[in-house]
Design a protein around this ligand. Sequence first.
Ligand SMILES: C[S@@+](CC[C@H](N)C(=O)[O-])C[C@H]1O[C@@H](n2cnc3c(N)ncnc32)[C@H](O)[C@@H]1O
Length: 339
Amino acid sequence: MAARILRDPARSSDCRHQGLSAREGEKEVMNFQIYGIDAASGAAILALDVQPGDHVLDLCAAPGAKLCMLADMLGSTGSLTGIDVAKHRLSACRTMLQKYSLGDRTRLFVADGTLFSILPVNSNLRRMEGSIDLEESGSTFSEWTSRRTWKDRQKAKKANATGSQHLLAPSEPELIYYGKHSGLVGLRKSDVLCPAVNDEACTSGYDKVLVDAECTHDGSIKHIQKFEFWGWKTLDRRVLDAERTDNLLQLQLNLLSNGFRLLKTGGSLVYSTCSLTVAQNENVVQQFLSTQPSADLRKLGLANTWPCRSGGIPKTLRFDPVTSQTSGLFVAKFSKLST
Ligand SMILES: C[S@@+](CC[C@H](N)C(=O)[O-])C[C@H]1O[C@@H](n2cnc3c(N)ncnc32)[C@H](O)[C@@H]1O
């Protein structure tokens, strides 16, 4: 992979995904150091093995370091779909994509990743070209613009007033960005935004899915350091609270299951978290495998040269500050077998 070095070292605010930087040796092995992403996080992307022409889904995309790296790897073919439930975080991701001119083939949806059901753009869909009458133009994608309609502005104002935009996914996926070559321009909105039916995804789904799941972030050193300022009460509420952890485990399993549902037969999915706990990693994988006969846990051949160790389940990987001199990361890769 020929990674471009895009981070301006003088502006560390660009470094959205933080963690310990890769050691020199790791940089060579992994051959990247971009967007402030650390070696462990980059490994999750390399594990996905994006190929030209792939349709890629990133189910927990914000704030977007991994999405940027995916876009970079995809280059000028295929498509990338980023989902996140938090609109403000996904908006930051859009800003980063635009800043680095990486969003050409990307679409971003504010949506609940456990329910999201929109497939990649199907090349069989009929494009509305040439003159389109006024009524048709409202229901067809034209080139994306950041200018919002009066109706959209009113909606945003209302959401701001109630504070709901930070907390809740809209009941329908909300498309907040699409690139010029994301395949949407000229298509009818109703064709693109319709949910997948039955096992349609097995033939028309995504080639690659990343589920970089919401977690307690306890393996992210930078994140843990923040609790020095936030205090014990916040740590107790966000990381140690038993009810929150239980909900999180269910969320992780649901994200993984839905990501897998949207995967094409023969496609690959990577599940990762920046938690070091067994509950959020190996246990989620075990539970998922017990309910998905078509999921095949894969060995990561590439990992032979990576500074990581095996997870508690063979074929899974763990990065940690001692073994890898990076923040913590768990990676498991699955492929979808035909049933
Ligand atoms: C670990 S972060 C993802 C980091 C991101 N992949 C990156 O590299 O910058 C987890 C994300 O999951 C999002 N999230 C939480 N619940 C979600 C849900 N139900 N659907 C989609 N995203 C969700 C959070 O808003 C958060 O941005």
